[in-house]
Design a protein around this ligand. Sequence first.
Ligand SMILES: C[S@@+](CC[C@H](N)C(=O)[O-])C[C@H]1O[C@@H](n2cnc3c(N)ncnc32)[C@H](O)[C@@H]1O
Length: 426
Amino acid sequence: MRMGGRLAAAMEVLADIDGRQRPAAEALRDWGGAHRFAGGGDRAAIGNIVYDALRRRRSAGWLFDGDSPRALAFGALLLEWGETPDAINAMLDGDKFAPPPLEEDELRILRERLAADMPDEVRADCPDWSAPLLRSAFGENWADEAAALARRPPLDLRANLLKCERDTLLAALSATGADATGIAPHGVRIAPIEGSGRHPNVQAGEAFAEGRFEVQDEGSQIVSELAGARPGMQVLDYCAGAGGKSLALSAAMRNQGQIFAHDALKPRLAPIVERIKRAGSRNIQIAAGASELGPLEDRMDIVLVDAPCTGSGTWRRRPDTKWRLTRQQLDARIAEQAEILDMAARYVKPGGLLAYVTCSVFAEENGEQAEAFLERVPGFTPQDHAALWKHHFPGQEGRAGIGMGVSLSPGRTGTDGFYFCALRRT
Ligand SMILES: C[S@@+](CC[C@H](N)C(=O)[O-])C[C@H]1O[C@@H](n2cnc3c(N)ncnc32)[C@H](O)[C@@H]1O
C-alpha cells in the first residue's frame, strides 16, 4: 500500500472508533482481519496514524476547524509525522486509493493555523472537563504536561534480576537501540518510534522467552521500587491484576519471603501463572478468596494497593480512553479506591506499610485520596516522600513531584503518569 491507501484506511478505522465507540485496538484488529492483503508495514503505519490522531485529536481538530476522521488523520501527519500540506498533497498525487487531497478551503485554514500559536486548551489535547483537574495537578505547566501525555511513548522493559543484570540485557538487545532508563535502576528503554516505524517485537525473542525481562513502563518500575520490598518480607499485592508489580516485587525480594497476589476479579490473575514460570519467581502465591486473605490480617510488612483508576497517566499508550473517560467514571473510581484502601489497610501489621499506587495524574485519585484515607482511618502516618525518593534514587532530586506522595509524569520524569504514597501503620 502507498501512503494514500494507508491514510484512507486510517480514516476508515477512526470513523469506526467514533461511530461505534469502540476501543482503537479492536477497530484496528477488525480492519486487519477484513483486509488480509495489508502487510505488517501497512498495519503499523495505519496504527500509527490512528493512535497519533487520537493522541492529538483536539489539536488536529483545531487545525481543520472540525474533528472528522479526515481532519484527524491529516492532522496526525502534520502534527506528529512532520509533514507539510504541500508534501502531503504531493504524496497523494496519482494514488487511486488515496483520499481526496487537501482542498483550497482546508489549505487556507491550515496556513493560518499552522502559523499561529495553539491556545493552551488546544495543545493540551485533553477533554475540556479534565483541563481544570490537570491545572490543579500541575499548576502553570499544566498544558506542557498534558501535551506530553499526548506524545508517542517509549517501550520500556525491566531487567529481571532473578535471571539477569541490566547490562547483560542491554547487550542482548543491542540491535534494538535499547538504552538504560534514567531513573529506574533495572529499566531498559527503546525510544518512541518515528513516522511509520514500529517497535521491535522484543517479546518474540529468546531473552523474553527465558524470562530475562518484563515489559513494564519505567513509572511502574519506579513505584514498585518505592514500595521498598526486601528479601524475607511478607507482602500482599491487593490489586495484583496480571501481576506486573508482583513480579517486580519478587525480583526486589530476590525470591525470598512471600508475596500474596490478590484481585477482586479472579480471572484478571490468570496471566500471572505463566509469567511467574517464565520469570523464575518462586515466592508469589495467589490469594484470590476470603479464606486465603483472612489469615493475613495484621501480618503484612507491605500491602500494595495498585488501585483501579482512570488511567489518565497512560493516555500516551491508550489515547482512545482519554476521550471516552467521563467525570462520572472518575467519581466512581474515587469511591472504589476509598473502599479498597479501607479494606486493604486491615492486612498491614503494626509498623508495616500501606503503599497506594495509581496510574492517574488527577489529584482527586492521588494525594487527595490519601489525605481522605488518613482522615477516615486512624493509625497511619504518611512517610517523608522526599527522603524516600532520595534514598531510592540518589542524584535524581527534583525530578518527581513530591508532596503527599510521589507524582511521576511524561513531562517530569519521562514516564507514564503514576502516583505513589507510603502510609506507615503506627
Ligand atoms: C491497576 S489494575 C492492577 C495492575 C497490576 N497491579 C499490574 O501491575 O499489572 C487494578 C486491579 O484492581 C482490581 N480491583 C478492582 N476492584 C478491586 C477490589 N475491590 N479489590 C481488589 N482488587 C480490585 C482490578 O480487577 C484490576 O485488576
